[in-house]
Write a protein that binds this ligand. Structure first.
Ligand code: HEC
Length: 158
């Protein structure tokens, strides 16, 4: 009997502890990936990006691979914001369409090839992203269009 009461006190304390931590981390806000200046190195300014390809990139890739993320409301809740922020930072480090023209020729070729590979293997857009962003899911036609575009862009790179 006595033991039971003690146990429930302990779980109450643990619950309160977690609640306090949850409330405290709400005050921490990672800096948002929203650039007010247009980038001089964005891919569209330097290379042929047909409108339908651009639409797909914007809908399915730019939240993590450009200097502007469209944040969902739940980005106001921690620790979700930490998690989204880590995808944006990591995604931009690997590929940033707004900085594409600043890459070396080799890196440009490599990135275009990687885009094709990640699409073929259904690695991108991240599955955790398309669960919520249904419109970011790519059909086979979308994928083929993007892959054809990366190939022709890569062939024309000098
Ligand atoms: C929700 C965020 C998110 C979205 C949306 C997203 N990516 Fe990524 N992407 C990442 C992250 C994080 C990485 C780095 C870690 C990894 O490779 O999984 C990455 C890595 C990559 C890489 C580099 C892979 C390598 O081998 O280094 C390519 C290429 C890429 N993404 C292409 C795309 C394309 C194309 C789209 C849209 C069709 C897209 N991504 C959409 C988050 C995202």
């Amino acid at each position: 009997m006595n033991l039971k009461i003690k146990k429930s006190n302990v779980s109450k304390k643990i619950f309160l502890g977690i609640l306090v931590i949850f409330l405290l981390i709400q005050f921490y806000r990672p800096e948002k990936n929203i650039s007010t200046e247009p980038s001089a190195n964005e891919i569209e300014l330097h290379y042929n990006v047909p409108e339908n390809v651009q639409t797909i990139l914007q809908t399915s890739c730019y939240d993590c691979h450009s200097n502007n993320t469209k944040y969902p409301w739940y980005n106001n809740v921690q620790p979700i914001a930490f998690w989204l922020n880590s995808h944006v930072i990591d995604g931009k480090k690997h590929l940033n369409f707004d900085e594409f023209n600043a890459y070396t020729l080799d890196r440009k070729r490599k990135k275009l090839k990687e885009i094709g590979e990640t699409l073929e293997e259904n690695e991108m857009p991240l599955p955790s992203y398309t669960i919520i962003h249904g419109d970011a899911k790519l059909s086979d036609t979308d994928k083929k269009m993007l892959i054809d575009w990366t190939n022709s862009l890569s062939d024309g790179l000098k």
